[in-house]
Ligand binder design. Sequence first.
Ligand SMILES: C[S@@+](CC[C@H](N)C(=O)[O-])C[C@H]1O[C@@H](n2cnc3c(N)ncnc32)[C@H](O)[C@@H]1O
Length: 277
Amino acid sequence: MGDGTSPPYDRPVDVERRSVDEASSRRANGPDWDRYADEYQATHGPFLGDAGFVWGPEGLTEESAGILGDVRGRSVLEVGSGAGQCSRWVRTQGGHGFGVDLSHRQLQHSRRLDEQTGVAVPSVRATATALPFADDSFDVVFSSFGALQFVADLDDAVAETARVLRPGGRYAFSITHPTRWMFPDDPGEAGLTASQSYWDRTPYVEVDRATGEVAYVEHHRTLGDWVALLARHGFRLTDLLEPEWPEGHDRVWGGWSGLRGRWTPGTALFGADWDPR
Ligand SMILES: C[S@@+](CC[C@H](N)C(=O)[O-])C[C@H]1O[C@@H](n2cnc3c(N)ncnc32)[C@H](O)[C@@H]1O
């Protein structure tokens, strides 16, 4: 879209708004991330750091946010782990970090970085809505722009997170700030004028013009939707960070830029405790 995490296309697509179910979202987004992975890692890898933990384009690190708490000795799952940079940082802090991602190619990059850094993140190809782990396996689950906005059945994804978390576990995730949905995905002036309703949840869809197949999907929820979703699954929201654009940070990432970042938040970072009473 939308949010600058979306893969660019080397073939023509038509952009639409229409409802897309979970199976179609997955069928489109997995191969799409496979196609985009090389460029994503080449473009953003140096900013992310091979064993770095950044919550979003503003550059907020977990080291300074501390939203996961002390990860030492903890079992930590990253959903939508990509090349595993964040989980590799978790490992350097003494945590037991594991990754899950839908894209085979992203996981190949994760393996490459395992070898380059000597810090391996055991990772598996799976989807956020069907995590291949036993109940009560993890102390912490997180996503840094991973998976959630690509999922149609978000209740299933959060239910899965609750299932694999131990009682008292921690859940944190960053997403495109929901208010960004109103604006064109443009890092310049055009990206500062609202052009659609914040409350319109109809997914953003790219359709391959040659085949008519859905090629990419992003789903939108309002801030209120996210709060209600967490409450519904037994999470107690403790944090909602909206990182400000740092002075002197001039990196452009898709629709994120200093020009927009000085006026509107680009990232929302939620932190919650699982309190299943
Ligand atoms: C914007 S990238 C973020 C990756 C990593 N956290 C980072 O900061 O580079 C989004 C990731 O979510 C993954 N993803 C998309 N849909 C998913 C799903 N349903 N389940 C698991 N991962 C998914 C993509 O393959 C991609 O690697």
